[in-house]
Design a protein around this ligand. Structure first.
Ligand code: PLP
Length: 416
């Protein structure tokens, strides 16, 4: 069949679709070790909490009420009001319900934002989204209605003790001119677990304001919820910042609830897009999250249950990786947040796409790093030397997977 230009762009293969297929295949193959996808862990305390909450909401009729009615295009008012109050109180941000809109997952918020702020403009010029630090979240890669909507730059790398390393934005390289419509960075970053420092965020904010473009901060893993962040940094928002949040990594990816916090102009635009594309965002997620806020459990569970759970998992995963892989060319990005480890095999004689295939044959799924260097301005050998693994599986599964990853990396180093 002959598809439209839109069809050609969106109906073909993409990195994110391959990732979601693999995730699905892994879920139907009981023997696969799923270190690839971005599904959050099934944290027993959270699963029990949601079970109990849903029973109570079903008994009181609130569950049925939420799924038998459309909300408005901005999303459930009650939740939006409660969240605005919580954030204002917690961080002193000058926000009200006019600064928040909901989307069906934050992924769809990014699609709407990128195409709102970049692409073909009224004057015929084409604008791009600047990703200041490459690698960045794979889910952005295909989200532009136009081809090549992203531009990104190589970071600087500090080599740290204990085989760790950390990326930093190379501000000397960034070019911001009339062709840039917005700056966007995930913090914590998927895939690397990097967290931009307060100073880096401040510099990005200054650049964004100086060029009269918004700064989008993807806070899917950040503070105050789900709080999967181990670095000592401060959350950031002002009226030029578009902060995107999500209920997914709280343990609720299936309800598809994204949250955008921005100035009224952006919120009105996104709300109007919601009306056209979705009529209204889903109402179950906000109904659940509203309960969590009313019970003072949203921040408590994030801080006391979710963060410690992932912090222990990441320490375990790093210790196993360092135990099984002793080659000095192997390094791990300092884990500062999110649910992934970013493994760098310097001088690897094969691409990580090849490594991915070899691991897949042995029943271990990871994501090859190549996909994450979206819009990179110059070729970079490093982009063929990294893989992403999550640390959400059981310790036993993770250790089995890590042993196989270690064997394959060693084989690649010794035999190609
Ligand atoms: N942003 C980042 C950095 C992510 O890792 C993800 C999902 O993995 C998303 C956004 C999208 O999440 P969701 O659409 O489930 O809110």
């Amino acid at each position: 069949m002959e598809f439209s230009g839109f069809g050609d762009k969106f109906a073909g293969d993409s990195g994110i679709t391959q990732l979601m297929h693999d995730l699905n295949d892994g879920l139907t193959n009981p023997d696969a070790i799923m270190l690839g996808g971005g599904n959050p862990a099934q944290i027993p305390t959270m699963v029990d909490y949601f079970n109990q909450l849903l029973i109570e909401m079903a008994t009181s009729g609130e569950l049925t009420a939420s799924i038998t009615n459309y909300d408005g295009p901005q999303g459930k008012d009650r939740f939006i009001n409660a969240l605005a109050t919580l954030l204002k109180h917690h961080y002193g941000w000058d926000i009200s319900s006019k600064n928040i809109t909901l989307t069906n997952g934050s992924q769809s918020a990014f699609f709407n934002l990128f195409n709102l702020l970049a692409g073909k403009c009224r004057n015929g010029a084409s604008k791009k989204i600047l990703l200041p630090l490459s690698p960045e979240y794979i889910g952005y890669a295909d989200a532009g209605l136009e081809q090549n909507m992203f531009v990104s730059y190589q970071p600087t790398i500090s080599l740290l003790d204990n085989g760790l390393f950390k990326y930093h934005i190379d501000f000397s390289k960034l070019v911001i001119d009339d062709s840039i419509g917005a700056i966007c960075a995930s913090r914590p970053t998927n895939p690397t677990g990097n967290v931009l420092t307060d100073d880096e965020v401040k510099q990005l904010d200054t650049l964004a304001q100086a060029h009269n473009i918004p700064l989008i901060i993807d806070n899917a893993y950040g503070m105050p919820f789900p709080d999967i962040i181990f670095a000592d940094v401060t959350p950031f928002w002002n009226s030029n910042t578009i902060l995107c949040m999500s209920l997914s990594k709280l343990g609720l990816p299936g309800i598809r609830c994204g949250i955008v916090i921005a100035n009224e102009e952006i919120i009105t635009a996104l709300t109007n897009i919601n009306g056209i594309i979705n009529l209204a965002p889903g109402s179950l997620g906000p109904a659940i999250a509203d309960k969590l806020i009313a019970r003072n459990d949203l921040l408590r569970l994030s801080h006391d249950v979710i963060r410690p759970f992932y912090q222990r998992k990441v320490q375990y995963a790093v210790s196993r990786l360092q135990h099984y892989i002793t080659d000095p060319r192997f390094r791990i990005h300092k884990p500062e947040g999110a649910i992934f480890l970013w493994l760098w095999c310097d001088e690897l004689p094969i691409t990580t796409k090849e490594l991915y295939q070899r691991l897949k044959v042995r029943g271990v799924l990871i994501v090859p790093g190549e996909y994450f260097f979206i819009g990179l301005q110059q070729p970079w050998q490093h982009s063929q030397q990294c893989i992403r693994m999550n640390y959400v599986q059981s310790d036993e599964q993770m250790e089995r997977g890590i042993k196989i990853i270690a064997e394959e990396i060693t084989r690649a180093y010794t035999m190609g």
